[in-house]
Design a protein around this ligand. Structure first.
Ligand SMILES: Cc1cc2nc3c(=O)[nH]c(=O)nc-3n(C[C@H](O)[C@H](O)[C@H](O)COP(=O)(O)OP(=O)(O)OC[C@H]3O[C@@H](n4cnc5c(N)ncnc54)[C@H](O)[C@@H]3O)c2cc1C
Length: 259
């Protein structure tokens, strides 16, 4: 079984700062990480590799610096890594991004494509399902458990109030929740070993995509504006006994419909 895991390098959002003048993300000096859902998807793939001998490739689309994320995935146990990078890809929205990634997956071939449910920066949760549509394969989203049983995947989906278990034939695409799988730590030997592995670049000339469907020009969605939400700090001070204080807190939370 060949598995391709789509990983995205994202800014560590707990440390993100917004430029108050331009209202854009200040990326300089902000550490990047593998998107948490994608790391969980990689853990799924690595467990399938251990349990049934799967071959695991990782793919990311991004600038050259995204190689760092791929190298981390190699150190965790992925077999091959591919960086989709080209000026022609720049400015792609989710549809154009998924067009490019799907085209690379077609070229590489996969029985199972694993994505994270959602990226913590773009936050659309569109890319995984769009890749499945481009590849014309079934998709299962919101996976909290993935097993390979008798030639098919058995996927447990997590909803707010219930679980659903599905059996899905391969080839298929699954999007994984970060809460479901704890990614393994890299060990020193694997960190050293990944240095011997190549990260292969995939450029515009390597994929079969219509130039009209990718990049800024091929993106049907355009960002009209971005603005930072302003929060008014309203501070009130009370001197109350414990019981009165508790009542005030409960009443205030009720008033604000928070409880
Ligand atoms: C008009 C427009 C222009 C844009 N221009 C740029 C730009 O110039 N540069 C830029 O960096 N972004 C740009 N973006 C953002 C870019 O489209 C998104 O970052 C990208 O499509 C992923 O969407 P998302 O973050 O919502 O991912 P989601 O759909 O939330 O991600 C779901 C899953 O898909 C997979 N995935 C998502 N993105 C990637 C990826 N790149 N590689 C591998 N797997 C992935 C991961 O498994 C992820 O967990 C632009 C967006 C718009 C709308």
């Amino acid at each position: 079984m060949k598995i391709i895991v789509c990983i995205k390098q994202v800014p560590n959002t707990t440390e993100i700062k917004i430029d108050p003048v331009t209202n854009t993300l200040k990326r300089d000096g902000v550490p990047s990480i593998i998107n948490p859902d994608d790391k969980a998807a990689l853990e799924v793939a690595l467990q399938l590799k251990e349990n049934c001998g799967a071959h695991v490739d990782v793919v990311t689309m991004g600038p050259q610096q995204a190689e760092v994320a791929l190298r981390e995935a190699l150190a965790m146990g992925a077999d091959n890594a591919y960086l989709l990078t080209d000026r022609a890809f720049a400015g792609s929205d989710t549809l154009a991004t998924s067009t490019i990634i799907a085209s690379a997956i077609k070229k590489l071939g996969a029985d199972v494509v694993l994505c994270g449910r959602q990226a913590i920066d773009g936050d659309t949760a569109q890319v995984g399902p769009q890749i499945a549509e481009h590849l014309d394969i079934p998709q299962v989203t919101y996976a909290s458990q993935v097993d390979y049983v008798d030639g098919a995947l058995v996927v447990k989906r997590q909803f707010e109030d219930r679980y659903q278990t599905l059996r899905v034939a391969t080839p298929c695409l699954v999007t994984v929740l970060s809460s479901a799988y704890k990614p393994r730590y890299m060990n020193v030997a694997d960190i050293v070993a990944q240095d011997q592995k190549q990260v292969e670049a995939i450029t515009f000339n390597d994929v079969v995509v219509n130039p009209e469907d990718i990049g800024l020009k091929g993106s049907p969605t355009k960002v009209k504006s971005t603005a930072t939400k302003q929060f008014d700090k309203q501070i009130a001070t009370y001197e109350l006994g414990a019981e009165e204080a508790a009542k005030l807190i409960v009443d205030t939370l009720k008033q604000k419909h928070l409880i």
